[in-house]
Write a protein that binds this ligand. Structure first.
Ligand code: NAD
Length: 275
């Protein structure tokens, strides 16, 4: 006890790692990030959070007008940002996205593979077309992004990949009918676990975030909107998540403070998966 008291000023807990405070170590100055599906909803929130923390941000979306609008918002805050039009279910688009960022900024440190789609049909009616569409974006697309960005990161010996999964990877939210969505998001968690453990000894961490039900345009689609009231009674927190409830998580996973975390699923759902 006396010894540890005597050494307190040498202690990293007291001084901060390399003399830096926790908040300072969560800064992302000099880092290059991209966010897929960055044109609206959760991705837009992630792009703002990473930019505010100091990163340069490529806002990637298949809807270029939306990506451009978010880039304009980021400019207003003094964030370096570019829009990139890409459909992450197409391998050529994914490779072009990565090449564009590397040629512009010379590196990719933070990859937010967030774009995803949702279909709602009874399992007995789920068409192969719906299944394939959902998997092509949510799982195959996320894999292609992880691989293309991961190759750059492995060469750098450094990288933080953050995939957007969903609470639906853990539970079956009632009364949604989302077989293809739930299965694809469970796949994102396993993809994350596998890459996270495979690449950590080469400096690349891979984690995912699983939001509960977030108030974004996605849940205001024709087939999901009627379910909102029902969901509210399933959430211990008593409200839907807002995009702002998720923003700090992406900065945490993108920054060096989370270096000892890999392959994991950060669940942010107001307690819904526990009820
Ligand atoms: P959203 O529909 O509001 O926005 C998605 C964005 O991604 C749009 O701008 C869209 O143009 C873009 N996009 C869709 N497909 C794309 C593709 N193939 N290539 C490039 N861009 C594409 O969705 P959101 O609610 O912000 O959801 C973002 C992510 O979070 C998704 O992966 C979703 O599954 C996941 N998620 C959402 C919720 C929720 O309740 N909203 C909950 C859990 C997980």
């Amino acid at each position: 006890h006396l010894l540890s008291q005597a050494n307190i000023t040498d202690d990293e807990v007291f001084r901060g790692v390399q003399g830096r405070s926790i908040l300072n170590r969560m800064r992302l100055d000099g880092k290059v990030a991209y966010v897929t599906g960055g044109g609206q909803g959760i991705g837009r929130g992630f792009a703002h959070a990473l930019g505010e923390a100091g990163a340069k941000v490529a806002v990637v979306d298949m809807d270029h007008t939306k990506a451009q609008a978010v880039v304009k918002e980021l400019f207003l805050k003094g964030v370096h940002a570019i829009p990139i039009k890409a459909d992450i279910s197409k391998s050529d688009d994914v490779q072009r996205m990565v090449d564009t960022i590397v040629s512009k900024w010379g590196a990719i440190h933070i990859a937010c593979n967030n774009a995803g789609i949702n279909r709602n049909s009874a399992s007995e009616d789920t068409s192969l077309e719906e299944w394939d569409q959902t998997f092509n974006v949510n799982l195959r697309g996320t894999f292609m992004c992880c691989q293309a960005a991961g190759r750059v990161m492995l060469k750098q010996g450094y990288g933080k990949i953050i995939n957007t999964a969903s609470m639906a990877s853990l539970i079956v939210p009632h009364p949604q009918k989302q077989l293809s969505y739930n299965a694809s998001k469970a796949g994102v968690v396993k993809l994350t676990q596998t890459l996270g453990t495979e690449w950590i000894d080469r400096g690349v961490r891979v984690n995912c975030i699983s939001p509960g039900i977030v108030d974004t345009p996605l849940i205001h689609s024709e087939d999901l909107r009627p379910l909102v009231q029902r969901w509210l009674s399933d959430i211990p927190a008593g409200r839907l998540a807002q995009v702002t409830d998720l923003q700090a998580a992406v900065v945490y996973l993108a920054s060096d403070v989370s270096d000892y975390m890999t392959g994991h699923n950060l669940v942010i759902e107001g307690g819904q998966s526990l009820w």
